[in-house]
Design a protein around this ligand. Structure first.
Ligand SMILES: NC(=O)CC(=O)C(=O)O
Length: 302
């Protein structure tokens, strides 16, 4: 059987410290992306809302018109900055997320853009599951007060390496997305995300390792750095997990970067050792990856 990952690739997650100044955030992101590339990373990931503060009151202020691509520089400085970073770094760039303004639908989304090493837009993912939670005395957050949800699973085929799936933060809590993507051939699930001090302590590592273990694929969760002077305090601890649910690399809470070499043989070895891939009982329960799943691969319906 052909390997899901055609050749080893270095993945880097940039745990960016960002603030209220969008231009400064973009410039800082560029420095870190180039640094990751100089260390050999060929897939580079930025965090959720990497160029703005994260919070319901900030989405409209920082929103840019991203689609249909390419927007003008006035409509989206971030689109053009990300495209240029990918090109300069000669790497695939999973550009975290950006608040997106859709003027036709008169709504906002929390949107990822992914660029090729030549700076072309390969895919966009609008956060499917909005972060609406209430934990009394701890945290109350309602993305749906400002945002609309996306409506598809997003996969991208990197020809030299293979397929990856991209989703955003709260999406990681919905294992169906991960399982469908893995059964459709993804070797890596990437989640730009920003858990907080309550949910991060409880579930960040658990979610990353569970998605990896259930699907026997690599998983990367990329957080912003923690800023205790911000309204929302991100958990940090960006991490890369292997197909056996082992943490390969984990950040602390600061402006850091983690990287790791991903290898196809590791996926095969883990699947051979614990062969759940051939032991599923679709005569007992349905295969969620079959049927009517709204999926886009490289921006095309699949
Ligand atoms: N910020 C999110 O979307 C999700 C999160 O913090 C959590 O699930 O916890």
């Amino acid at each position: 059987m052909a390997s899901l990952l055609k050749q080893p690739v270095k993945l880097a997650l940039i745990q960016l410290a960002s603030g209220a100044d969008k231009a400064a955030n973009l410039s800082h992101a560029r420095t870190r992306v180039l640094e990751a590339a100089s260390r050999g990373a060929r897939i580079i990931v930025l965090p959720e809302c990497f160029n703005s503060p994260y919070g319901v009151k900030y989405f409209s202020k920082y929103a840019e018109q991203l689609l249909p691509s390419p927007p003008s520089k006035e409509q989206s400085p971030s689109f053009h900055a990300l495209s240029a970073m990918a090109k300069e770094a000669k790497a695939y760039l999973v550009g975290g997320s950006i608040p997106e303004l859709d003027p036709d639908a008169k709504t906002l989304y929390n949107t990822n853009l992914t660029f090729s090493p030549t700076g072309e837009l390969l895919a966009s993912h609008r956060k499917v599951h909005l972060f609406d939670i209430d934990i009394p005395g701890k945290i109350s957050f309602h993305e749906s007060d400002a945002l609309s949800p996306g409506n598809k699973l997003t996969m991208v085929d990197f020809p030299e390496y293979g397929k990856i799936a991209i989703a955003i933060c709260y999406d990681v809590r919905f294992p169906e997305l991960a399982t469908i993507a893995a059964r459709r051939g993804a070797f890596l699930l990437l989640y730009p995300g920003a858990f907080n001090l309550t949910t991060g302590a409880l579930h960040w590592e658990l979610q990353a390792r569970a998605r990896a273990m259930d699907n026997q694929v690599y998983v990367g969760l990329c957080s912003p750095a923690r800023d205790m002077s911000a309204d929302y305090n991100a958990w940090g601890h960006s991490m890369i997990v292997d197909p056996n649910a082992e943490i390969l690399s984990e950040a602390g809470t600061g402006d850091e970067m983690v990287d790791a070499e991903l290898k196809g043989e590791r996926i095969e070895e883990v699947r051979k050792g614990i062969p759940i891939y051939t032991q599923r009982r679709f005569d007992v329960y349905p295969d969620v990856s079959k049927g009517d799943v709204k999926t886009e691969e490289n921006g095309q319906p699949k």
